[in-house]
Design a protein around this ligand. Structure first.
Ligand code: C2O
Ligand code: CU
Ligand code: CU
Length: 511
């Protein structure tokens, strides 16, 4: 698993320089920016009219002192956190006030294809899409984002992302932190690039099309990291989404281990303790931090930097732009590390509960229940000229035919697979190169193998994302229970959004 094979390698001497030039500025003992708390709409309490979500253009200061042009959902950047409950049906009115076609996809939801919000449920500028979305599944952290074919990468980058927290009877009565913004925090992590004036930048180069768009600056809920938050003396819950376009994030704690309680599709069988956690774009994990024993703890995030030939070019570029302070501590191999979130205990009493031993009833996945195996090969290299595509200059992936799955680029008019409703199948995913996060709509699945190995304990619960790399395939055990007919098929795709837009996506029906 060499994810850094195309990135530069920094020698020890150069690394020393990097520390002085960059880290010295960013970790200066200045007061940290407060963690922004995304506005929360609690739909569990009920609603007396349809729930409006408006996609709009806006401006937002990420912390550079400059207003960037952004998109938001009822907000200047990103959207609300919706709190909903299993059994509800949510009547949404999604209106489009940006001047391009968009859609709003409910990533992670077990819902029929016609309300899934994929590329077929286009919302034209000025139009409103009004799906009634049933919440059928167990407690889990889900999200929603633009899925307009060919435009997803740029629209998500600019801010069309929100979060949906599903609760159920068990999660509501569980002894877990659940006071939003007090001991229960939603963290949307993203990597960004800022230009010389400190404005959000999205420029597709050949490299950015090839690897996906990689930024140098980590942003938490729309604020440049590091950020800080006061918390009570008790357990604290972090519900984390990696909403980066392409970057894998590696999480750890400054003190002690990560206590992971949930993955994409809900609670794990029991708390998994681990030193580090790798999150691809699209993945969600929930983490508990025990703030009874420490007064301060930090969530550490490391990720790849944009590709530069040499570390000195990278440093020069950022010094030139006067933006060195946006970057965390440079690590070896073109990685950067940021103490993304500092938690300070405020000595007020919090949830005094033990780390949960039993969270969910999860039996191991049984591959013998599968009646078929389907194979998918993600094709990053189809011979398409990515340099020419980038030079077209509109920061989109052209007609979306540069990448493919099983040799075919995404075609809105072609159904690639037909699945029988209620059948359990094995989906085997391989790649021609690089590391890709694969996602399937309309379901949660269990990972049988990931990159040729048993998945780490924290990825052994319900998932809708799996990592695929190298010469060996990954396999998931999946069942589809809802209808997705020909006019409203589900998607499967790479969640590196530039790859998805470039055609690394396919469509399937469930009937
Ligand atoms: Cu998160 Cu098809 O999407
Ligand atoms: Cu999805
Ligand atoms: Cu990909």
């Amino acid at each position: 698993m060499e994810i850094d094979r195309r990135h530069f390698v920094v020698g020890t001497a150069a690394l020393g320089t990097a520390f002085v030039g960059l880290a010295g500025m960013s970790t200066a003992k200045a007061a940290l920016r407060p963690l922004p708390i995304l506005p929360m709409t609690d739909l569990i309490k009920g609603f007396d009219k349809r729930v409006s979500l408006n996609l709009s253009q806006s401006t937002h200061d990420f912390g550079t002192g400059v207003k960037s042009n952004t998109f938001g959902i009822n907000n200047s950047y990103l959207g609300p956190v919706l709190r909903v409950k299993q059994g509800q049906t949510l009547p949404f009115d999604v209106s489009n006030s940006i001047d391009e076609v968009s859609t709003l996809h409910w990533h992670g939801l077990h819902i029929p294809g016609d309300v899934d919000g994929g590329p077929h449920q286009q919302i034209d500028p000025g139009a409103t899409w009004s799906p009634n979305v049933p919440i059928i599944q167990r407690a889990s952290m889900n999200w929603f984002h633009s899925h307009a074919h060919g435009k997803t990468a740029q629209q998500v980058y600019r801010g069309l992302v929100g979060v949906m927290l599903i609760e159920d009877d068990e999660s509501i009565s569980a002894d877990l932190p659940k006071t939003y913004g007090v001991d229960d925090f939603t963290l949307v992590l993203q990597d960004k690039t800022f230009d010389e004036v400190g404005s959000l930048d999205y420029t597709l180069t050949e490299t950015a099309l090839d690897d996906g768009f990689i930024g140098e600056t980590l942003v938490v809920n729309g604020a440049i990291a590091p950020v800080a938050q006061l918390v009570p003396r008790g357990l604290v819950r972090l519900r984390v989404l990696n909403a980066s376009n392409a970057n894998f994030l590696t999480l750890s704690m400054a003190t002690g281990l990560l206590n992971i309680i949930a993955s994409d599709g809900g609670f794990l069988a029991s708390t998994v303790q681990t030193g580090s956690l790798t999150m691809s774009p699209g993945e969600r994990y929930e983490i508990l931090v025990d703030m009874r024993t420490t007064e301060i703890n930090q969530l550490i995030v490391s990720h790849a930097l944009p590709e530069f030939g040499k570390i000195s070019d990278f440093i020069n570029e950022f010094n030139k732009r006067g933006l060195s302070s946006l970057i965390g501590k440079l690590l070896n191999e073109g990685e950067v590390e940021t103490a993304a979130l500092t938690l300070h205990q405020n000595n007020e009493p919090g949830l005094d509960a033990s780390m949960p031993k039993t969270l969910a009833n999860l039996s191991p996945p049984d591959p013998s229940t599968a009646i078929a195996t389907r194979s998918f090969e993600l094709n990053q290299y189809t011979g398409a000229d990515l340099g020419a595509l980038a030079a077209a200059g509109d920061n989109y992936c052209g007609d979306g035919s540069a990448m493919a799955i099983n040799g075919k680029s995404m075609d809105m008019d072609r159904i690639d697979e037909n699945v029988q409703k209620g059948d359990t199948e094995i989906w085997r995913i391989s790649v021609d190169d690089w590391r890709h996060p694969f996602h399937i709509h309309g379901c949660s699945f269990r990972i049988l193998s990931q990159e040729g190995e048993q998945p780490p304990a924290y990825a052994q619960g319900w998932k809708d994302m799996v990592h695929v790399d190298g010469e060996v395939w990954s396999e998931v055990l999946v069942r589809f229970d809802y209808d997705a007919p020909k006019g409203a098929p589900y998607m499967y795709h790479c969640h590196i959004l530039e790859h998805e837009d470039c055609g690394m996506m396919g469509q399937f029906t469930v009937t």
